[in-house]
Design a protein around this ligand. Structure first.
Ligand SMILES: [Zn+2]
Length: 163
C-alpha cells in the first residue's frame, strides 16, 4: 500500500510501500545497530503527484555510528545518476532519509542544519525536499520548501520490521 501525504506546497506525495519496507530493514532494533541512511529518489506524474519510488541504501564511505549518519556524497550521487538515466531522465533527487535509535524520531539540531543546507541547493527546486526518519516504532516524513527554514511533519506510519 502506498502512503499518500500532502506536502506543504500542496502536492500529493506517494511513498511506495516497498521503499519503506527496504528502509525498515535498517531499523535500529538491536543496541549494536548503527544509523543507516541515503537519498530519496522519485518522479513527477503528469497529473502532478510526486512519486517516491526509489532510494539509495548505505554505501561504503558513509560514516555510521549509533547516533550519527553522515552520507558520503559520491557513491550516492553515482546511484542517483544511474536511476536518472535508467528512467529516461525523469527520476530526480527528492530528499534524504536515515534511521534513529528511538521509537518516535525527531530531527536533531545536526539533522536540521544538514536539511537546511540541502534546501539551499538548486536540487531542491520548486517541489522542495522530503526527509524521512525511521524510528524503532514510527517512521516520519517531513517536507520543506526550497530555501525554507521551517521543516513540517507531513505524515507518519508504523515502522514494520521483521526480525
Ligand atoms: Zn538524525
Amino acid at each position: 500500500m502506498t502512503l499518500l501525504l500532502r506536502t506543504t506546497a500542496g502536492r500529493i506525495l506517494e511513498v511506495h510501500r516497498r521503499v519503506l519496507e527496504a528502509m525498515w530493514a535498517y531499523t535500529q532494533v538491536h543496541p549494536k545497530n548503527t544509523e543507516a541512511g541515503g537519498i530519496l529518489v522519485g518522479h513527477e506524474r503528469q497529473q502532478g503527484n510526486l512519486v517516491l519510488d526509489r532510494f539509495t541504501s548505505p554505501q561504503p564511505g558513509d560514516r555510521r555510528t549509533r547516533t550519527r549518519f553522515h552520507r558520503s556524497v559520491e557513491p550516492h550521487q553515482e546511484l542517483l545518476n544511474l536511476m536518472w538515466l535508467a528512467s529516461g531522465c525523469t527520476r530526480t533527487y527528492f530528499g534524504e532519509w536515515h534511521t534513529h535509535p528511538e521509537p518516535c524520531p525527531t530531527p536533531s539540531s545536526i539533522d536540521l542544519r544538514s536539511w537546511r543546507k540541502h534546501l539551499k541547493q538548486e536540487e531542491a527546486r520548486e517541489n522542495g525536499l522530503h526527509f524521512i526518519i525511521v524510528g524503532t516504532a514510527i517512521t516520519r516524513v517531513w517536507h520543506a520548501n526550497q530555501g525554507g527554514r521551517d521543516v513540517t511533519l507531513i505524515g507518519e506510519t508504523h515502522t514494520e520490521f521483521r526480525v
